[in-house]
Design a protein around this ligand. Structure first.
Ligand SMILES: [Zn+2]
Length: 167
């Protein structure tokens, strides 16, 4: 059986008066947004506690992963790793902010995916001092955008000199 690592059997918790128990999920995921993607290696690890609440199951803990971002200033890729605190409610009859319980099983994947993507920075920047693709000539340090200060060094500058002015 190729059982999802995100499925947790919760029959020992549902409707019972028992303390939360730990659940550790380790999984290779392919979750991402436009500028950011969770890497397959190392795998994502979620260290959670899973416990009963009236009408359902409360899951909370930390999710840790490595993410590859594209810097929105210089467009280089860079990686970042860390952990985000997460918390989610699973209910047999899920309300608006809850995830469903399928029989006695909870599927942590949509919950952890939502929480992970929410934890991404919206506009990743490789470092605060990143100069990016600079557009002003006096800050023109590492750009390869074709602005005026680059023209003198390009082969097209020679061609331009050969052309009659005003043509
Ligand atoms: Zn950058």
């Amino acid at each position: 059986m190729n059982r999802s690592p995100f499925l947790v059997e919760a029959s020992d918790l549902l409707g019972r008066d028992v303390p939360p128990r730990p659940v550790i999920v380790e999984a290779i995921v392919d979750w991402g947004l436009e500028m950011s993607r969770v890497l397959a290696e190392p795998p994502l690890v979620a260290e959670l506690s899973v416990g009963p609440v009236p009408g359902g199951i409360l899951v909370r803990g930390d999710v840790c992963y490595t993410v590859e971002h594209v810097c929105r200033r210089c467009l280089k890729t860079f990686t970042d790793d860390g952990c985000d605190p997460v918390a989610g409610l699973f209910e047999t009859n899920p309300g608006e902010d809850a995830y469903p319980i399928d029989g006695t099983v909870i599927d942590l994947e949509p919950f952890l995916r939502d929480e992970t993507l929410l934890g991404f920075v919206i506009q990743p920047v490789c470092e605060e001092s990143c100069e990016g693709l600079v557009t002003t000539p006096e800050m023109d340090l590492n750009t390869d955008s074709p602005d005026e200060s680059d023209v003198a060094g390009s082969p097209f500058a020679v061609l331009r000199d050969l052309l009659p002015p005003g043509d």
